[in-house]
Design a protein around this ligand. Structure first.
Ligand SMILES: Nc1ncnc2c1ncn2[C@@H]1O[C@H](COP(=O)(O)OP(=O)(O)O)[C@@H](O)[C@H]1O
Ligand SMILES: [Mg+2]
Length: 363
């Protein structure tokens, strides 16, 4: 059982308080992604789990055992980094076998393990090559092979795909997901890329300034963000944030001259605030072209003038202005054809979020 428990972790580098009290319990076999903007403390936290950094306060437990005082090699943890430094003068086989030889594993067993790992990663035909004879994606696979061959009880990944081009990144992402399915080993994966986080994770831990902002299943975070930060971080194109006012009885959100009805089912929880300023959070996909005669509960009509059109092929992103801020709507390919077009949008107020501008918390 390789569950991981972090309790009250703090880490300072001089004046920089990089990790500020992280409590986290990762169950055995889970794929957890630590995600957040650059500098939020992801790598530091991962290195503390690996034993490459020492926490100033708090405990790290792996498989129920506190490991704070164990050196990295005694934690039985495998780590894959962004810069997959391979030994340049060693063939792929020997790169993968290196850690096993250092542990005095028998050559016959090394041969079996290397072949099994190479098979999983589809690099069986590359074992006789030198690193310089490989593409970036193949090198990264060798680096992952070097990690999985060890039968570690826990895998740690620090932005392993950042140096690859987009197509290769997509391929390797699927491979890492398949690897987790096949090995069922606990994995902790660090990335700043929200799409990587959404697609890989059983559970996302979103970090901000050294603290956990929110954690949960990817779609839970996406559909029920607790704060403006979470709402804005997940999703591409990002959620639009529009200054607005909520009426005293919470029946309408006023934006510019438009009155957007709040679905009846959502009013009770919002009433009692009195008339107040709110931020209306609308994802691009919460808006679509309003069809004549359309009547859907919670979908309100909004007339806009499109300023900018960005076709992607299957979808078209259309930008208009609302309460002075640019808003992006995701429309069908031919919904809008030229700038300055007037268009009626249907805004899905069932899915819109309302945010308290004083606290940045979702209401
Ligand atoms: N060895 C170090 N010495 C000084 N500051 C560091 C060191 N490592 C990280 N930091 C600082 O700690 C903060 C968190 O860094 P890091 O964990 O690398 O963030 P992330 O991986 O999320 O980008 C940053 O402000 C970074 O500059
Ligand atoms: Mg980092």
């Amino acid at each position: 059982m390789t569950d991981v428990t972090l309790s009250g972790i703090h880490k300072r580098f001089g004046a920089v308080h990089a990790v500020r009290g992280v409590d986290l319990a990762i169950p055995d076999g889970e794929f957890t992604v630590l995600v957040g903007p650059s500098g939020c403390g992801k790598s530091t936290l991962l290195r503390i789990i690996a034993g490459l950094e020492e926490a100033d306060a708090g405990t790290v437990a792996i498989g129920g055992q506190v490991v704070n005082h164990l050196p990295p090699r005694e934690r039985n943890v495998a780590m894959v980094f962004q810069n997959y430094a391979l030994y340049p003068h060693m063939k792929v086989y020997d790169n993968i076998a290196f850690g096993l030889r250092a542990r005095k594993v028998a050559e016959s067993e090394i041969g079996e393990r290397v072949k099994r790992a190479a098979g999983m990663l589809s690099i069986g035909n590359l074992l006789d090559r030198l690193p310089r004879q490989l593409s970036g994606g193949q090198r990264q696979r060798v680096a992952i092979g070097r990690a999985i061959v060890r039968d570690a009880r826990l895998f740690l990944f620090d932005e392993p795909l950042s140096n690859l081009d987009a197509q290769l990144r997509d391929d390797m992402r699927s491979e890492i997901k398949r690897l987790h399915r096949d090995l069922s080993t606990t994995m902790i994966y660090v990335t700043h890329d929200q799409i990587e986080a959404m697609t890989l994770a059983d559970r996302i831990v979103l970090l901000r300034d050294g603290r956990i902002e929110q954690m949960g299943a990817p779609l839970d975070l996406f559909e029920r963000p607790a704060t403006r930060f979470v709402a804005g971080f997940l999703g591409s194109p990002a959620m639009n944030f529009v200054p607005a006012r909520l009426s005293a009885d919470a029946s309408v959100v006023e934006v510019d001259a438009a009155m957007l009805a709040v679905p009846a089912g959502r009013r009770a929880s919002l009433a009692g605030r009195g008339a107040s300023a709110v931020v209306l959070g609308l994802r691009p996909e919460h808006m679509r072209r309003f069809a004549d005669g359309e009547q859907r509960e919670g979908v309100v009509r909004l007339g806009v003038t499109i300023e900018l059109i960005q076709p992607t092929g299957s979808r078209t992103y259309a930008t208009f202005r609302l309460a002075g801020v640019p808003v992006v709507a995701e429309l069908q390919a031919h919904d809008v054809n030229r700038p300055n077009e007037r268009l009626d949008l249907g805004v899905d107020m069932n899915r819109a979020v309302l945010i308290d501008p004083a606290t940045d918390r979702v209401l």
